[in-house]
Ligand binder design. Structure first.
Ligand code: D5M
Ligand code: FE
Ligand code: ZN
Length: 581
C-alpha cells in the first residue's frame, strides 16, 4: 500500500538520522524496498541532515535501486485515503467566521467553534467547501458534533457541508509537492534583549511600560486625567481615568470598589451592583489596564463609574490572509520524555504530513513544552520515560525528524522546557538548538508574534490560562473551552495580566506580554485541551497536546485532548482539526 511504503521509508530514513523533503520521500517510496532506498538516499545525502529531491534522484540512479514496477501502487496514484494505513481517518473543521464585520454580539458570545473534544469516537467534522480551494478530502467525514453547540449566542453552525467520503482523491500533480515556504517574520521576541537582572525594583519599569502602551490604546476613547489631578478635582465633577487594577473589593452593600493606579497615584472607583456593566467586575484581574468614566462623589473621594472600557480588539479588525493556498499545523505540548507521550499518534501525524493530502501544510508552529522536563511538578519523575533533560531533547529531535524536512518549523518554549520559567521566556539556548538542529527550525521566545504568509500568529505557551480559568466565572473561561479564556486575554490585550500569582513574570524594561498589535491568530497550549473560536475576527486556538492523561491530571479529572492537530488555512483562516488517535 502506498502510505505504508511512505511510512516505512520515513522510518528507515529517521533511523539513519535523516529527514527528507516530501517529494524525495515520494520518489524513494516508489523505488522498491524501503531499506535499500533509504540506504541509497543516506549515501547520497552524506552529511546533510535533509534528504533532498536531488539526493533522491541520485539514489535512484545508484546501483542499489531498481525503479518500481509500473503496476505497483504508488502514492502518486489516486488512492482513497481511507485505505491508507497510518492516515488519520477523522477530520473536523471548525465552524468558521460567523461574526465577520461589525457584529454587535457581545464579546463573550462570539464563540464560533467548540472543539468537539473529549469524545474521539464522535466525529469528524464538516468541511467548509466554499472556502477550501485545494481540498483533498480524507477519510469519512460527517457533520461535526464539534460545531458550536446550540445556545451559544449567535454562533450558528455554518461549518459547511458534509464532505463526501468518496470525494476525489488527489491527482498525481497534487501528490508531488516541494514545500519551499518563505521564512516567517518574528517580532516581540525577548531573546537576547533581556534587560532584567531580577531585582524587584525593575518591575516598576515593566509596569510603567505596560501602562504606557495599554493606556495608549484607551486614550482615544476617554479623555483621561492622572490620578493626582482627579484627587484635587471638586466633588461632583465628571472624570475619566485610565489605570491598572490595583485592588478589587466589595462593599458591605454589595457594590464594588476597583482601585485604579497610574503613574501618579491611585484612585478608588465605585461600580454599583445594579449597573448593567457590574457583571464585568467578575472578569477583572489584578494589574490589567482599564479606563473608566464617571462622576466624583460630593466629597470628591471616589468616582461613581458610568462606563468601563477594556483595551480590547476593535470589532472592525480585518485579519490578513495568505494570497495562496497554504496551511499551518498549530500544535503544542509534545512532552517527549514522559511515559504518557503519545508516540503512535505522533507517528501517524508525522506520516500524514508526508502524504499528498498534507501538501499545503508548509508550516509547523509548536507552542511550547517540547519535552516533559525534569522537576517541573512534584512526583513528576515517577512518570518519566527519559530522566535526563538533554536526552529528552535528543528524543524530541528524533520525533521532529519524522516531520518533512521541507516544512518551516517555529518553536517557542513552555513551562516544561529548559529555559527560564519566568515570562517572557527567551528561546532555547544554543546548546538545546544544537540538539534540535536536524530540522532547520526557528526558535523564538514565549511569547512572540510570528508572521507567516502575511498572517500574524501570536504564539504564547499559555501558563496564564490556568489563572484566568481559576479566577473567572465558568462561562467566561474553563478547561473545556480554553479559547474563551484566550478571548479574555485578547480583550485585556495582555497575555498574562495578573502579577504575583501562578504565572511567573520577569522584570523587563519592556512588557513583552502586552498584546501591542492585534494578531490575526492567537495560538496557545499548556492546558492540554483543544478549543478554538473567533473573537472580534481573531482566531484563538488552543492546540491540545501529545501526552495522554498523567496521574496528576487523573487526580484532578483533567481529560487531555491528545493527538489532534489543528490545521489552519492561511488563505481563509478556516480550521480543520485532524485526529491521530
Ligand atoms: O500543564 C498541563 C495542564 O495541567 C495545565 O493546565 C496545568 C495542569 N497541571 C499539570 N500538572 C500539574 C501539577 N502537578 N500541578 C498543577 N497543575 C498541573 P503542563 O504544565 O503543560 O504540563
Ligand atoms: Fe504542557
Ligand atoms: Zn505547559
Amino acid at each position: 500500500m502506498p502510505q505504508e511504503s511512505h511510512r516505512r521509508l520515513v522510518e528507515e530514513l529517521t533511523s539513519r538520522g535523516y529527514n527528507a523533503e516530501r517529494e524525495a520521500v515520494t520518489l524513494l517510496a516508489n523505488a522498491g524496498e524501503p531499506e535499500l532506498a533509504a540506504e541509497a538516499a543516506a549515501e547520497a545525502a552524506g552529511d546533510a541532515f535533509v534528504v533532498t529531491v536531488e539526493h533522491a534522484r541520485e539514489a535512484l540512479d545508484s546501483a542499489l535501486l531498481d525503479p518500481a514496477p509500473e503496476s505497483e501502487a504508488t502514492p502518486d496514484e489516486p488512492t482513497p485515503p481511507e485505505a491508507s494505513e497510518g492516515a488519520p481517518d477523522l477530520a473536523e473543521q471548525a465552524p468558521t467566521d460567523m461574526n465577520a464585520g461589525n457584529d454587535p454580539t457581545p464579546a463573550d458570545e462570539l464563540l464560533t467553534g467548540e472543539d468537539g473534544s473529549g469524545d474521539p469516537d464522535v466525529s469528524t467534522g464538516a468541511k467548509n467547501s466554499e472556502n477550501r480551494q485545494t481540498e483533498s478530502v480524507s477519510g469519512v467525514e460527517t457533520e461535526g458534533s464539534a460545531g458550536a453547540s446550540a445556545g451559544e449566542g449567535g454562533a450558528a453552525d455554518d461549518g459547511g457541508t458534509t464532505a463526501d467520503a468518496e470525494s476525489q482523491p488527489p491527482t498525481t500533480a497534487d501528490a508531488i509537492g516541494d514545500r519551499s515556504p518563505p521564512a516567517p517574520d518574528i517580532r516581540n521576541d525577548v531573546t537576547g534583549r533581556s534587560t532584567g537582572t531580577g531585582e524587584y525594583e525593575e518591575f516598576v519599569g515593566t509596569f510603567q511600560d505596560r501602562y504606557e502602551r495599554l493606556s495608549g490604546l484607551l486614550r482615544r476613547r476617554v479623555n483621561h486625567r492622572p490620578a493626582e489631578a482627579i484627587q484635587s478635582m471638586p466633588g461632583g465633577s465628571e472624570a475619566e481615568m485610565i489605570g491598572l487594577v490595583d485592588d478589587i473589593r466589595s462593599t458591605a452593600s454589595g457594590h464594588w470598589i476597583v482601585e485604579l493606579e497610574d503613574t501618579t497615584g491611585t484612585f478608588p472607583c465605585l461600580i454599583m451592583k445594579d449597573r448593567a456593566f457590574a457583571p464585568l467586575v467578575d472578569d477583572l484581574l489584578l494589574d490589567e489596564c482599564l479606563a473608566v468614566q464617571g462622576t466624583l462623589a460630593d466629597d470628591g473621594g471616589i468616582l461613581f463609574v458610568d462606563s468601563l472600557h477594556f483595551p480590547d480588539v476593535p470589532r472592525t479588525h480585518k485579519p490578513n490572509t495568505a494570497d495562496r493556498h497554504v496551511q499551518a499545523a498549530l500544535i503544542s505540548d509534545v512532552h517527549v520524555g514522559s511515559q504518557e507521550f503519545a508516540q503512535e499518534a505522533w507517528d501517524r501525524f508525522a506520516d500524514w504530513l508526508h502524504t499528498p493530502e498534507a501538501e499545503a501544510v508548509e508550516y509547523l508552529l509548536i507552542g511550547g513544552d517540547m519535552v516533559e522536563g525534569v522537576g517541573v511538578y512534584p512526583d513528576q519523575d515517577e512518570e518519566l520515560d527519559v530522566v535526563d533533560i538533554y536526552e529528552q531533547y535528543e528524543a524530541f529531535s528524533e520525533q521532529l525528524k519524522k516531520v518533512p524536512g521541507d516544512m518551516e518549523i517555529v518553536m517557542i518554549p513552555g513551562n516544561h522546557d529548559a529555559v527560564r520559567l519566568a515570562e517572557p521566556q527567551p528561546a532555547f539556548t544554543e546548546e538545546l538548538r544544537d540538539i534540535m538542529s536536524a530540522h532547520d527550525a526557528r526558535f523564538t521566545g514565549n511569547p512572540s508574534t510570528v508572521t507567516v504568509e502575511g498572517v500574524s500568529v501570536l504564539m504564547y505557551h499559555g501558563v496564564s490560562l490556568d489563572e484566568v480559568i481559576a479566577e473567572l466565572p465558568e462561562e467566561k473561561a474553563s478547561y473545556d473551552h480554553p479559547h474563551k479564556a484566550m478571548y479574555q486575554l485578547l480583550k485585556k490585550r495582555h497575555v498574562a495580566p495578573q502579577y504575583g500569582g501562578h504565572t511567573r513574570v520577569a522584570p523587563e524594561e519592556k512588557d513583552y506580554l502586552v498584546i501591542d498589535e492585534v494578531p490575526d491568530v492567537f495560538h496557545t497550549g499548556h492546558v492540554h485541551k483543544l478549543g478554538w473560536g473567533k473573537y472580534h475576527n481573531v482566531l484563538a486556538v488552543n492546540s491540545g497536546c501529545w501526552q495522554e492523561q498523567t496521574a496528576f491530571q487523573k487526580s484532578v479529572n483533567i481529560d487531555p485532548d491528545y493527538g489532534h492537530a489543528p490545521i489552519l488555512d492561511l488563505d481563509t483562516l478556516d480550521m480543520t482539526v485532524r485526529k491521530f488517535v
